[in-house]
Design a protein around this ligand. Structure first.
Ligand code: AMP
Ligand code: GLY
Length: 424
């Protein structure tokens, strides 16, 4: 089989790494890929941007690609899957209609209310005066969310109502988030630990992956600014079999059934970002794709052939497939460039990845590129170093043993990934 992966992050390196292990795969392309995917077995980078949908489709047609896997949300929300299907191509991911679950928080909130899926109470506005009036009657400080895609920056947690009012002004009047912020949600603030539950979906059937936990803040002890994610681990010790069954029954299944009933069956990975509140698990957001860096811990735990699972999703026969997961734990530590999450420093040489791999960890590359046979930083999140072991504490040690070997100037990484999962 010939497979195309769209994207250039650590998630896509992990996808290509796992897909390439399938005996069915003879050729793999990643568009545009990164320094890691450039040197994978059976794999080549294709210099086409993830947003150039027509060029990607043409590449897939010309090269007789058997399956395309779309990594990031933006091409999905733009309708990549619809475009590929119209050309008769098999593609793993939700249609443009179903991808609205991530592309529009106003859409997904209304969907959850229609289908009685547990979530934070929220009201949606595109008028500044109405939003401000509503805010005045709000008890305490709410969460303000730009409805559209904002690269993980569109959720603001103000400390006071005055701060919240200022956020409404920047989004609705000053257009700080562009189109994405022209509609906003004013949402009840929930409390509790967060859990990422991802599921493979074929439109009717969902198969849950082990629950993961992400570390969104830049610095240890959850201090500093929000990022795309500085590390993750799985399985989460919070996710008892009982809780996973509850999440499947009250959130994942009704979501899939509701989307199918409304004529937009969901194919691909559905990612539910949950908060475990005193009233039970509630949805904070849906993503229409694999998580980054969750993928870098989930795929190393998948025992079987990822391509078989993805084909079953695309062909609507996931009910026939049982997923097998290793009885192990995985931890990934993100190494970011100096300046991240603001303006990351690019072009810095990276060394000793081989030495890290020799310790037994997996090094997934994100913001990297090759130039004159040297590997250089080329983005905010540079590497995700994953340890897989029999227990979480061992996996933490394995990941950090790898991180300790790797060198690039200005590298920043958290020292406490996984600590919240380890008692004492
Ligand atoms: P989201 O992109 O919607 O997942 O939001 C990003 C982060 O903001 C989440 O991971 C939470 O930490 C936080 N957050 C979002 N919605 C809420 C909420 N209703 N209450 C408390 N925290 C929230
Ligand atoms: N790790 C969060 C995300 O992928 O959206």
């Amino acid at each position: 089989m010939r497979i195309l992966v769209i994207g250039n992050g650590g998630r896509e390196h992990a996808l290509a790494w796992k897909i390439g292990q399938s005996p069915r795969v003879t050729q793999l392309w990643v568009a545009p890929g990164n320094g890691g995917t450039a040197h994978l077995l059976k794999c080549e980078n294709v210099p086409v941007a993830a947003g150039d949908l027509a060029a990607l489709r043409d590449f897939a047609v010309q090269n007789r690609v058997d399956l395309t896997v779309v990594g990031p949300e933006a091409p999905l929300v733009e309708g990549a899957v619809d475009l590929f299907r119209e050309a008769g191509l098999a593609v793993f991911g939700p249609s443009r209609a179903a991808a609205q679950m991530e592309g529009s928080k106003a859409f997904s909130k209304a969907f959850m209310l229609r289908h009685a899926i547990p979530t934070a109470q929220a009201a949606t506005f595109d008028d500044f005066d109405e939003a401000t009036r509503y805010l005045r009657g709000f008890d305490g400080a709410p969460v303000i969310k730009a409805s559209g895609l904002a690269a993980g920056k569109g959720v603001i947690l103000p400390n006071t109502r005055a701060e919240a009012a200022a956020v409404l002004q920047t989004m609705l009047l000053e257009g700080q988030f562009g189109e994405a912020g022209k509609t906003v949600l004013i949402e009840e603030k929930l409390k509790g630990p967060e859990l990422s539950v991802l599921a493979f979906c074929d439109g009717k059937t969902a198969r849950l992956m082990p629950a993961a936990q992400d570390h969104k803040r830049l610095m240890d002890d959850d201090l500093g600014p929000n990022t795309g994610g500085m590390g993750a681990f799985a399985p989460s010790p919070l996710a008892s079999p009982g809780l996973m069954a509850e999440i499947e029954a009250t959130i994942v299944r009704p979501t899939l059934a509701g989307l199918a009933a409304e004529g937009m069956p969901y194919v691909g990975v559905l990612y539910a970002g949950l908060m475990l509140t005193e009233q039970g698990p509630k949805v904070l957001e849906y993503n229409c794709r694999f998580g980054d860096p969750e993928t870098q811990v989930l795929l190393p735990l998948l025992a079987g052939d990822l391509v078989e699972v993805m084909l079953a999703c695309v062909e609507g026969r996931l009910a026939e497939v049982e997923l097998a997961w290793r009885d192990e734990a995985a931890v990934t530590v993100v190494m970011a460039a100096r300046g991240y999450p603001g303006e990351p420093e690019a072009g810095v040489p990276i060394t000793q990845i081989d030495a890290a791999e020799a310790t037994g960890c997996l090094v997934f590359q994100a913001g990297t590129k090759w130039k004159d046979e040297r590997l250089l930083t080329n983005g905010g999140r540079v590497l995700a170093v994953t340890g897989v072991a029999a227990s979480l504490p061992q996996a933490v040690r394995k990941a950090y043993a790898g991180v300790d070997r790797i060198h690039f100037n200005g590298a920043q990484y958290r020292k406490d990934i996984g600590r919240k999962a380890i008692a004492g």
